[in-house]
Write a protein that binds this ligand. Structure first.
Ligand SMILES: [Zn+2]
Length: 244
């Protein structure tokens, strides 16, 4: 196996690991986003409940006002009943008083119902509030855990970048340029160098390689380019495993 190839294989191993760590980071960031949006949804539900509660309380205040007004009107009617002249007028005013009393009874009934609704809503609101607080604590814990994971992955990537630097120094500039170009290309998925499988297919794109190419790479211990996916390909001899 030639030196460039041996070093490229080591470089690719590290790059492959880095790609995995990066994928992992993306997955964790997605998870983080989802947990955060869950919390936002919960908060919205709570805000809706709060608005509903405020509306009910406003209605309760309006009912109180109606009640006060109706009571004043009743007092007025009672006073008027003492001043009427004819029997007809007296009958009329008694009827009005009855109506007003009924109206007051209805308002009081509404007030009681409204108080019940408010009490129930307040209980619901409190329950939701506690749930949200508990969820928040849980998510904060999870967030910290996820952020630590991201940091760990980034630290590992940094470490591996240093290892890569050491290996790169040993590879000729021309080969390194070629490797970098393929690796950063849009189709490579970050993998520039792949081995040839036992059945003569490229490990990167699974296309069948010309047999002469496979044989020649096996004998020369160098690399070539897969014409289908553009990656560097090499034949991996089990006997050379210890060289890596
Ligand atoms: Zn290929």
């Amino acid at each position: 196996m030639n030196d460039d190839l041996r070093n490229l294989i080591q470089l690719q191993e590290i790059d492959r690991e880095i790609v995995n760590y990066r994928h992992d980071i993306e997955r964790i960031e997605q998870e983080l986003k989802e947990t955060q949006s869950e919390l936002v949804d919960d908060q919205q539900v709570l805000e809706e409940k709060h608005k509903e509660l405020m509306l009910y309380k406003q209605q309760r205040m309006d009912l109180n006002l109606d009640w006060e007004t109706a009571k004043l009107e009743l007092e007025k009617l009672k006073k008027m009943s003492l001043q009427v002249k004819t029997n007809k007028e007296y009958q009329d005013i008694l009827r009005d008083i009855d109506h007003k009393k009924n109206e007051i009874d209805e308002i009081v009934e509404d007030i009681l119902l409204q108080d019940e609704k408010i009490e129930k809503l307040e209980e619901d609101f409190k329950e939701l509030e506690e749930e949200l607080a508990a969820n928040k604590r849980k998510i904060e814990g999870l967030e910290e855990h996820l952020r630590n994971q991201i940091k760990e992955n980034n630290d590992k990537i940094k470490e591996m970048d240093l290892d890569k630097e050491e290996i790169r120094k040993k590879i000729s500039e021309r080969v390194l340029r070629q490797y970098n170009r393929i690796q950063t290309g849009s189709k490579s998925g970050g993998i520039a160098l792949v081995s040839i499988q036992k059945d003569g297919t490229c490990c990167g794109c699974h296309g069948s390689l010309p047999i002469q190419k496979v044989v020649s790479l096996k004998e020369s211990g160098t690399y070539d380019i897969c014409e289908m996916c553009g990656r560097m390909i090499y034949f991996f001899n089990e006997s050379e495993k210890d060289e890596l």
